[in-house]
Design a protein around this ligand. Structure first.
Ligand code: UTP
Length: 289
């Protein structure tokens, strides 16, 4: 099994980050000096992905522009000797082969993934959610691809969450295969804590096989009236092998304000240009409380 393609569903409405996301796609909000989507694309590329499909909607054309060349800007930067800035602008357009498809109606994550059917064909493919940013030594998508290849199975990224938090996620029924890798036998979307299979939650990274498309085609709307990827994955795991990878990385849900601020502060504290200043600034601020 070789995983060369990835799909980034980024057609959600971003209602948790309004009013900013009224006109700016949440994937384009900056985390220090790069938009969130660039971290996702960098993870995919670092995991060996060659072709990437971004599922967008009519309000998100800023994303296609960002990954295009900007001849006028690049010319000005070159002529004024700002080569570092020029290279950074160019790099964002040269990272991967990026394709786009629109989800014409916001019918849910399962429907957004289904829009990738023509792009994917018969190959296994990775899915990276646009607002889940992961930071670890080994890219999370790579951790999933390695497990998918080893077990010739679909793979989903999971981490343990607090019992009372599981109702925000999908919970999985699992049995251990080896340290950090589990066989998946069932799952449910946003369960009440007493209905959760486990405290392992599915968190924004998947490696799927192409039989998911015919399953999604026959998946009726579920939680919230949307076609849920979890409902499709539930059918998939009952008919085909699927493993859960308890991945090693910190995960930031940048689709809500708290996760967005956590990522911003953590990334800035690791950024050589601003980390010393930020540390001093925060110490001064905290003294005032
Ligand atoms: P979320 O529910 O986290 O994102 O969907 P959202 O709908 O944009 O955000 P809120 O809840 O209104 O603030 C998870 C992922 O699925 C994508 C989103 O872009 C996000 O990456 N998605 C969701 C789609 O691409 N299409 C949809 O119809 C729904």
């Amino acid at each position: 099994m070789k995983v060369r393609k990835a799909v980034i569903p980024a057609a959600g409405l971003g209602t948790r980050m309004l009013p900013a996301t009224k006109t700016v796609p949440k994937e384009m909000l900056p985390l220090v000096d790069k938009p969130a989507i660039q971290y996702i694309i960098e993870e995919a590329v670092a995991s060996g992905i060659e072709d990437i499909l971004v599922v967008t909607n009519r309000a998100k054309s800023a994303m296609d522009d960002y990954f295009d060349y900007a001849p006028e800007l690049e010319g000005v930067l070159m002529r004024s000797g700002k080569t570092a800035e020029h290279d950074a602008v160019r790099r964002s357009a040269d990272m991967a082969n990026i394709f786009y498809v629109r989800q014409k109606e916001t019918k849910g994550l399962g429907h957004a993934v289904w829009r990738a059917k023509r792009f994917v064909g018969d190959e296994p493919f990775a899915v990276l959610l646009g607002d889940d940013i992961m930071m670890g030594e080994v890219p999370v998508t790579k951790q999933l691809i390695d497990a998918a290849v080893k077990y010739e199975a679909a793979a989903i990224g999971v981490q343990r969450v607090a019992a009372e938090a599981i109702s925000k996620y999908s919970s999985v029924q699992i049995s251990e295969l080896e340290s950090k890798i589990y066989k998946v036998s069932d799952m449910n979307e946003k369960p009440a804590p007493e209905h959760a299979f486990s405290n392992f939650a599915i968190l924004g990274r998947y490696v799927l096989t192409s039989n998911i498309f015919s399953i999604l085609e026959n998946t009726p709307p579920g939680y919230g009236g949307e076609i849920q990827l979890t409902d499709g994955l539930r059918t998939l795991c009952k008919g085909s092998p699927m493993v859960a990878v308890d991945f090693e990385a910190t995960r930031y849900d940048t689709g809500n304000l708290q996760g967005f601020l956590e990522a911003t502060i953590d990334f800035a504290l690791k950024d050589a240009q601003v980390s010393d200043w930020l540390r001093g600034f925060m110490i001064e601020k905290v003294k005032g409380f």
